[in-house]
Structures are given as C-alpha cells and as structure tokens.
Write a protein that binds this ligand. Structure first.
Ligand SMILES: [Zn+2]
Length: 839
C-alpha cells in the first residue's frame, strides 16, 4: 500500500503490482547480475516448455524462464503475448513511463536459465525489464519518501506514514545485504566493462583486486601487488574474501574501476613500457613497482605542499568526487591528517558529516596506507630477502584466541614439525608428512610477542611466542627451551624486519613490530615505524637510517591515553616534553600494544624503579608531595611533624600506587599533614631504603671522621655508588628539605628536627639512633656541596617558594635572599624577573 514514483523524472504513480514485487524481493532477497531491456516489438515468439518453463525468443537471444507454478507460467505467457501484439487503433502512443492498461503490466520473480537465484521481470507497456537489486543502494529522501538507486535507474517511493517508510527501508536493506553475500562479487565488479580485464596487464576476467587502489587485477599481477606490501596495495580476492566486500566497497569499484584508476596511475605511460599478458614475472614486478610504488606514470603536479595538500583533501572528501580524493591520497596527501577542525578532526569525519559514503569507504581502505609525498619519494624500506631456512619441532596452538593464553596454561598445543623457508612458516603433522597443516606468510607478521616465562601445556612447559598477522589472525607457537625460542624469533624477525632496524631485536625484547606513528615536529603525518618493548623502555625507529633508534621511558610518561580518532584508535604518549602517537594495523595488534605499554608504564611493585617517574627520574609520588609541600607548607609551623589522618594517608598512597600520573594534589582537597605523611610512608615502605640497607654501615661509619669536610667527601662517594634512581630521588628530597630549613624562622623546622623526622624513612630503621639522625642532618645541611655539580635551575619551585615567603613576611622588600642558591640566579631568566619585581 504505497505510491511509487517512477525512476525517471516522471511522478506518475505506478500500478500497485509493482509494490507486490518489492515485497517479494524484501522477503526473499535476490541479486542483480545484469540488466536487460527487451522491447516488446523485438520479441519474436513466446513459447511454453516443460517443467513450468517458457522461452522468450528475440532476434538476438533466447531467454528461458521458469515460474514457480503452472498458473503463474500461463499468466506470464499470456501477458507477454498480449504485449507483443501491435497496439490497437486509437490507443495512446505516448511516453513509456506513463501508466498503461493493466493487461500489459506485470511484475514478478522468475528463474532465468544460466543465473543463480531469480530475477525480477517487469513488463510495462512495450518494455520488458530484467532487473535485480544487488548493486542497489537505498537512500532516505524525506518524511515518507525513499529512493532505491541501482546503477541503471533510480526508483522513488512514497510510503503512507513515516513508520511504514522505516519498515520498508529496513526490509529492502536487509535483502540487499543478503544478496551481496550470496552472490559472487566478481560478477558485480565485472558489471563495469573496464573491470573485465586486468588493470595492469589486461588479462581477461581478473579475479583479484587491490581494495585500496581501486583496481581489479589478474592472479599474476596480484602476486606482484602483494610484494609491494599492504601499505601500498591491499590485495583481496573477488571470489574468496567475500567478507571484505561491503556494499560501499563494491560501489566504490563500480565508481572508480580500472579505467578511472588508470587515468591516474597510467596517465603518462609510454607505449613501450606497457605491460602485456604474456610478460615474465620479472617484467611484471618491475612494471608494478614503477607504476604504484614509484608512481612513475602518474601526472606530476610539481611538489605538493603539506598545507595545500591537507586543504585540497578536506575539500575533496566532502564532494562526490572520489577520483579527486584518490589522486590526492595517491600523491601523498595524508588520509589521517589533522583537518584543523576540532570536531571533524580527520578527513574521514568530514566525509561522514557530508554523507559521502564512497569517500568514507575509500578513506577507510587507505587509512593505513603510506604513500610518501611525490616530491619526497625515495628508494628505501625494501623488504629483506627471505632466504632464511630453519626447521625443528614446535608446539603450535590450534585455537587462535588470546583468551586461552591468559589462563595459567593451555592444553591445546600440539607438537608439530615446523619449517621456515622462503618466508613461510609451515607446520606439519610429522617430519615425514608430505603436506603442511598450516602455513603463515612471515611478511604478514605485524607484531611478535615473546613470553619469557614458561607456559604450562598438556605436553609440558614451553616458551611461547605470539605472532599477530595483518589479517587479524593470531598464531601461537611454543619452544621447549628459551634458546630454541630465541633462535626462532631471530629467524622469523629477519623475514619481516628490514636489516636496518634488526638491531631492535634483542634477547629481552617482549614485543616487536610495526606501528604507524607520528611525533614531535611532524604531527601531521603518520609514518611507519618499528617498535620494540623491553621492560619499561619503548624503542623505535623509522627504519630510514641504520642504527637510528629512539627510546621512550614509559615509566616517565606524563601522559598515556587512548583516543578514538575515527576510523582508528590512537594511543598518545607524552614523555619529557615529547609527544608520540601510535596506531596499529588492526584492532588486534593495537590492543596488544596498548595493554603492553599500559602495563610497562604503570606501577608494578614497591621498589623506587617500579614507580611512575618524572622526567628527572624521581618517582611521581615523591615529586608531587614535594611540590605540594613547597607550595603550601614552606611557612607552616611544624611542617612534617604534625601527623595526618591514617585513613586518608593510606587512601592517597593507594591512589598513587594505582596511577600516580593522574593524582593531582590540590590545596582544597588535600591536607598538608596527609601529604607529608604520604611521602614519609612511601619512603618507609619502599622495597629498599633510599640510602640502601647495603650501604647502612658505611653511612654510619662516616661519622668517625671528625671534620665535616672529610665526612661530606665520604657521603659524596656513597651517593655516587647509589642506584641512579635513588640518587635522583635523594637529590630532590634533600633539595626540598634544604629549602624547608632555610625558612625555619617561619616553620620552626631546622635541619636537626627534619633529620630526626626523616632518618627513619631514609634508613628504614625502626628506632632512630643519634648516628642516623646525624648523617641525615649532615646531608641536609651540605646539600649544596653534595650536589653542586648538578645544581640546576628549578625556577617553578623557586618561584612558588619566593612568592610564598613574600606573602607571609610583612615588608618583605628587604627579605633576606642571601642563600647560596642565588649564585645561580644570573643563569636563570625566570628568577631574574622575580628579582626585578622585588627591587
Ligand atoms: Zn594482470
């Protein structure tokens, strides 16, 4: 019960019969292979055959249909025969889109010989149309209207109510989706003539495609495309990989296709360099490399300037001109560039806002591709030769889900004979098995995770390795010894890591792989890089220069957060003023890296080194407490002596242990005493004393020296022998205590008192001996000498210190600024400014 506006501009309502066919389609779901229009006048004969069949004979070909029932066949034959008879005198002879006598209108589903499923046969006046809905797209028009677009014709419908319209849209969408999966993608893609021969060598009926480049290619060319690597060409089969072929992707291929793609890729292709079907593998490889990687045959637009590129891309993606977007992206415009719009921050989001589905699909397919800007292109990053050979027994997991690995052990691992040859890791039932049970292309490995502890399996303890593949597959294998595990890792990584960054693979590596990243000076462009996680250090390299390697200390991250930047997840890391973004190749590898980095960046124990650290290598908990006390406690009487609330203190400690980076101490929310107690508790409970238990006798024996200068010499030597992190923490703490005692006329906390408060924390001894107190007293009062070498400006802290003192001392303009630290003031612009203010 709905009106239908004809697809051509005419708004004449079609008979209700049409509605019935739509309903049938919605119920069954068919696909569109071809579209024919047969003029009734061309029909020579309509003749009945057995088994509910009948044939329609035209001068060009004969169509054989089959109806479901005999009565139905009879009806069809009669209607068709009526239609083929010349019109009676006086009957209207006007446009075919106008309604006709009901006797010559008929629509329904019939089987057509040679084709899967049924086709819609629609007879309207003098035309018979054979039509299916496979490559159709449904679009909302207005409150009650919607439109079905097929490559040949658009059909507009008006429903009686909004609700009814929704029901129709759902039903048709469902049926279109069904047909897409039922039908062979190839037939749909070949619908466009240019797609019926290989985009590179013109071989007929190409069954492969590069889904990001938008070209349909033959099997031989597909092999060469694969060797370009997925960051240039993502090769999929039209026949095997049916799940990747979404409606939008198929539509994109109908829109772009070989002809349009080649108008970019092969615009300047000289005849003598063209590829032919019979070309050798070598010729094919060279041609395809030149065409897509070097982009030798494209039209050169001169250098593409970064900002112009971004602007042009943002403008293109909101239009329907996919070809323009394509030309920009393949010339090096970055799909993931920042648009400058806070809400629609990526070109993908802009396209989404503009409702450009094909643009979105194209951007999606190219989101992880890396076409260097044409002007920047240089010969680098070649995949290494896969000449490694290795074999032996390994334990291979039959299930590829990570979940089972997280349990203590796994019992689904079977002992298999494995070989690594020609870049393929294959596994066999036994040494003598003729054919492999499974095989992994090592160049498809994007990340490799190493388990340095044993995993219990049904067959005993093994050392496992997880291989994450581009296709979102996971393969887990286990070796009997750590040595074998290491040998296999060495061999495997050689297959997917270029020689220039081989140095990244070390014995202690936990996670190795490829990621997309952008950092520091160039936050516009995603680049490909090689990453390796070892303990809490994240090493990475762009792979452009040998030995070039950078390190992020994950414990020292100031920020670690995950963002969704459609269509991808991004991990943001900020360390020492440096910003690095990373994202993976798929959901699986991103999750692996994200959780590994999160774990490595967090607190994982009681020792100083297990804490999240500041850029100076001081535990954040210590640094935060010191900063808070400096700001709010410097002039408070009895600071560090007053006890805090034990409940609040342990809560605060817990918060810091959980994620110190995100604990913000605020004057209104936190009490000074709670913060001072938190600092003291942390130091007392750390795995080892700050001054280390090992050195305890040395510290105490230094007191035998009567001369303070001699003692300080000894202390200096002990400090030198402390672990680095203890040294930096001690320095920060002593600097802080030194400042407190400088203000002792306000806070009544001279060095002696501070020493007695802190000696038990620093030595972690229960009782405080006078010797311990004396040592700490010496350390505080000689802070300047002990750390003179590393005396640095820390104007932020200084500033708050000075301002604090000023606000508490009336007539502070002649405040006594004669501490030694002021010798350094000349070096520091910030303090210089404060001094000017004081004058
Ligand atoms: Zn080809």
């Amino acid at each position: 019960s709905m009106q239908i506006r004809s697809g051509s501009r005419s708004s004449a309502p079609c008979p209700r019969a049409f509605v019935r066919f739509i309903k049938v389609i919605a119920g069954h779901g068919t696909g569109l292979l071809h579209f024919w229009m047969i003029l009734a006048s061309a029909i020579r004969q309509v003749r009945g055959l057995g088994d509910n069949k009948f044939e329609v004979v035209t001068s060009l070909r004969t169509f054989i249909f089959r109806a479901e029932r005999e009565g139905e066949r009879q009806e069809w034959m009669e209607t068709l025969q009526t239609a083929t008879r010349p019109p009676a005198c006086g009957s209207q002879k006007r446009s075919g889109t106008l309604p006709h006598a009901s006797s010559t209108n008929k629509r329904g589903l019939l089987e057509l010989r040679g084709y899967k499923g049924r086709v819609l046969v629609s007879l309207a006046g003098s035309k018979v149309r054979l039509l299916e809905l496979t490559a159709a797209n449904i679009r909302d028009l207005d409150r009650r209207g919607f439109e079905i677009n097929t490559p040949f014709k658009n059909f507009c419908f008006t429903a009686e109510s909004e609700r009814e319209k929704q029901e129709w849209i759902e039903a048709v969408k469902e049926s279109i989706a069904e047909t897409l999966y039922d039908y062979e993608v190839a037939e749909k893609i070949w619908f466009k003539e240019a797609n019926r021969s290989c985009a590179d060598c013109r071989a007929p009926q190409p069954e492969w495609a590069s889904v990001n480049l938008g070209v349909v290619i033959c099997k031989k060319c597909a092999g060469q495309h694969r060797s370009l690597g997925p960051s240039i060409s993502k090769v999929r089969s039209l026949k095997l990989d049916s799940s990747v072929w979404s409606n939008e992707l198929v539509e994109l291929f109908l829109e772009v296709g070989n002809k349009n793609a080649n108008s970019f890729w092969a615009a300047n292709l000289p005849l003598e360099e063209d590829l032919y079907r019979e070309a050798s593998a070598e010729q094919r490889a060279t041609f395809i490399r030149r065409k897509y990687r070097e982009r030798k045959y494209t039209t050169h637009h001169g250098p593409l300037y970064l900002l112009l590129c971004v602007k042009a891309l943002c403008a293109a993606v909101v239009s329907s001109d996919v070809l323009q977007t394509m030309a920009l992206v393949f010339s090096g415009a970055d799909v993931m560039c920042a648009t400058g719009d806070p809400t629609y921050s990526t070109p993908y989001l802009l396209a989404q806002r503009a409702g450009q589905k094909l643009q979105m699909e194209f951007l999606h397919q190219n989101k992880l591709c890396a076409f260097p800007r044409l002007d920047q292109w240089s010969e680098n990053a070649c995949l290494p030769e896969a000449s490694i050979f290795m074999d032996g027994f390994l334990y291979i997991s039959s299930s590829s889900t990570k979940a089972t690995l997280d349990r203590r052990g796994r019992d689904d691992m079977a002992r298999r004979w494995c070989t690594l040859e020609g870049g393929f890791l294959s596994y066999y039932e036994s040494e003598r098995s003729p054919s492999a049970i499974g095989r992994v292309d090592a160049t498809e490995v994007i990340s490799l995770a190493v388990n340095h502890t044993e995993t219990m399996t049904g067959a005993g303890a093994v050392f496992t390795v997880e291989l994450y593949l581009q296709t979102e597959r996971l393969l887990i294998f286990g070796a009997e010894t750590q040595e074998t595990q290491h040998d296999w890792i060495q061999a495997l990584t050689k297959c997917f890591i270029p020689p220039k960054v081989e140095g990244l693979v070390r014995k202690e590596s936990e996670l190795i792989g490829r990621l997309h990243y952008k950092e520091g000076h160039d936050l516009y462009y995603w680049r490909m890089g090689w990453f390796m996680l070892e303990g809490s250090s994240l090493h990475f390299s762009s792979g452009e220069e040998e030995g070039e390697e950078e390190v992020l200390q994950l414990k020292q991250l100031q920020e670690l957060s995950k963002h969704f930047s459609p269509p991808i997840q991004v991990l943001l890391m900020v360390a020492c003023g440096r910003t690095v973004y990373i994202h993976g190749f798929n959901k699986m590898d991103f999750t692996v890296w994200h959780s590994a980095i999160k774990l490595a960046a967090g607190t994982d124990g009681n020792a100083l080194g297990d804490q999240q650290l500041t850029k100076n290598g001081v535990p954040i908990i210590v640094d935060s407490c010191i900063a808070f006390v400096t700001q709010y406690g410097l002039c408070q009487e009895g600071v560090y002596q007053r006890p805090g609330n034990p409940g609040r203190v342990s809560h605060l400690l817990e918060e810091f242990t959980h994620d110190a980076r995100n604990v913000k101490l605020r004057e209104k929310e936190h009490q000074l005493q709670d913060v001072t107690d938190t600092l003291k508790s942390f130091l007392s409970q750390a795995e080892d004393a700050l001054l280390t238990k090992e050195l305890y006798p040395y510290w105490v024996s230094a007191l035998d020296e009567k001369s303070e200068r001699q003692r300080v010499k000894k202390y200096s030597a002990f400090i030198e022998s402390l672990p680095k992190i203890n040294r930096s923490t001690l320095e920060a703490l002593l600097q802080h205590l030194y400042r407190i005692q400088q203000c002792s006329h306000l806070n009544r906390m001279p060095s002696e008192k501070l020493a007695s408060v802190f000696s038990s924390c620093l030595f972690q001894t229960r009782g405080q001996t006078t010797q311990e107190i004396s040592v700490v007293h010496d350390l505080i009062s000689n802070y300047i000498t002990l750390f003179s070498v590393s005396l640095k400006c820390s104007c932020g802290v200084f500033f708050s210190f000075l301002m604090c003192c000023l606000s508490f001392v009336p007539g502070s303009r002649d405040y006594n600024l004669d501490f030694c630290l002021l010798n350094n003031i000349k070096k520091c612009r910030c303090l210089h400014t404060i001094l000017l203010y004081l004058k």
